[in-house]
Write a protein that binds this ligand. Structure first.
Ligand SMILES: [Zn+2]
Length: 294
C-alpha cells in the first residue's frame, strides 16, 4: 500500500474508531478536544417534561440514561454527573455572570411557525430560548448545545433539547412504527435518544463504529443505544481517568493553568473566552436516509 493510500485508509478508519472526541473545530485534530474539568457536573430537567409522553415517564427515562453513564464514571472515571432539582428553565446556552444550568428539555413548537421571519432572533440564533421553540433542522431528533472555552476546550455548559414537535417520543419497548402510522408502537425512544445526547454532553462526537451509542443515525423504534457500547465506555475511562485529571488532546499542561468552571474561566482571559456555541446536531433520521433503508 502506498503512503497516500495508507493515509486515506487511516482517515476512513477514523470514522469507525471506537470513539471520537468532540473538537473545538469539529473533525479538526489540530484543535483542542472538549471536556469537563470539574469533579461534578449537575444537570436538571425542565419542569414541563414532554406533554406527549405517557405520564411522567420521560423524566425517569432521562434519569436512567444519565445513570448508564454515571455507572461507568463510578467504575473508572473522575467525574460525577449529579441530578439537580427539576427547574423551570426554557433557555439553553451559556450566559456570563449568571447561574447556568445544564438543562434537559423538550421543545414542542417549531420556531418557523411561531417566530416572525423578520425577528432579530434568527440572526442572533436565540429564537429557541426566546420563544421556547425548536430552531434546528426538522429532521433532527435532538440536539446538545455545548459552550466551551475556545482555547482550552473546557466545557462550561451543556444543554440537551428534544425535537418533540416533529417526533413522538415514547418510553416503552414495543413494535417499531412503520407507515401508515400505526398505534401502540415506538417512534422515537426517549432513553435511546438521551443516552446518545449525554455522550455529546460529556465530549463525544459521532462514530460509525458498529453498534456504537454515538452512531449518528437511528432507525424508528430503535432502543439499542440505551446500552452504552464498550468503545464509548472506554472514552470515559481514558479521558476522565479515576484519580487523575481529565485528559486534553493538545497542550497536556493546560490543566495547570486552567481549572474549574468558576476559577478557570478568568485565567483564560476575556478575549479567548468568547463563549463559542456549538450545536451538536443531527443524529440522523433524515427522511431520505429512512427511505433509503426501507
Ligand atoms: Zn449526535
Amino acid at each position: 500500500m502506498s503512503a497516500a493510500a495508507a493515509l486515506l485508509a487511516a482517515l476512513a478508519l477514523g470514522q469507525f474508531a471506537p470513539y471520537v472526541r468532540s473538537r473545538v473545530k469539529p473533525g479538526d485534530d489540530s484543535t483542542q478536544c472538549l471536556y469537563w474539568t470539574v469533579p461534578q457536573v449537575t444537570w436538571s430537567q425542565a419542569t414541563q417534561g414532554n406533554p406527549g409522553t405517557a405520564g411522567d415517564t420521560e423524566f425517569e427515562a432521562v434519569r436512567v440514561s444519565f445513570k448508564s453513564w454515571e455507572d461507568i464514571f463510578a467504575r473508572c472515571g473522575n467525574l460525577s454527573l449529579r441530578e439537580g432539582p427539576v427547574i423551570n428553565e426554557r433557555r439553553v446556552g451559556y450566559r456570563r455572570n449568571e447561574q447556568n444550568n445544564n438543562v434537559v428539555l423538550f421543545r414542542t413548537l417549531n420556531c418557523s411557525t411561531v417566530v416572525a421571519e423578520k425577528d432579530a432572533c434568527w440572526k442572533a440564533e436565540t429564537c429557541a430560548s426566546q420563544y421556547d421553540c425548536w430552531d434546528d433542522d426538522d429532521s433532527t431528533l435532538a440536539i446538545t448545545l455545548t459552550t466551551y472555552d475556545k482555547r482550552s476546550g473546557i466545557i462550561l455548559d451543556s444543554d440537551i433539547s428534544f425535537n418533540a414537535g416533529q417526533y413522538t417520543f415514547t418510553t416503552v419497548i414495543g413494535a417499531k412504527c412503520e407507515p401508515p402510522a400505526p398505534t401502540n408502537c415506538v417512534p422515537a425512544d426517549v432513553q435511546n435518544t438521551a443516552t446518545h445526547e449525554i455522550g455529546h454532553f460529556i465530549g463525544l462526537d459521532h462514530t460509525r463504529a458498529n453498534g456504537s451509542t454515538m452512531n449518528p443515525s437511528a432507525s424508528p423504534g430503535e432502543v439499542s443505544k440505551r446500552t452504552i457500547d464498550t468503545g464509548s465506555s472506554s472514552f470515559v475511562c481514558d479521558v476522565y481517568p479515576k484519580g487523575r485529571a481529565s485528559q486534553a488532546c493538545l497542550h497536556p499542561t493546560v490543566e495547570d493553568t486552567l481549572g474549574a468552571k468558576d476559577g478557570g474561566c478568568a485565567s483564560t482571559g476575556a478575549t479567548s473566552m468568547g463563549a463559542a456555541l456549538l450545536a451538536w446536531a443531527v443524529w440522523g433520521l433524515r427522511r431520505r436516509e429512512r427511505g433509503g433503508r426501507s
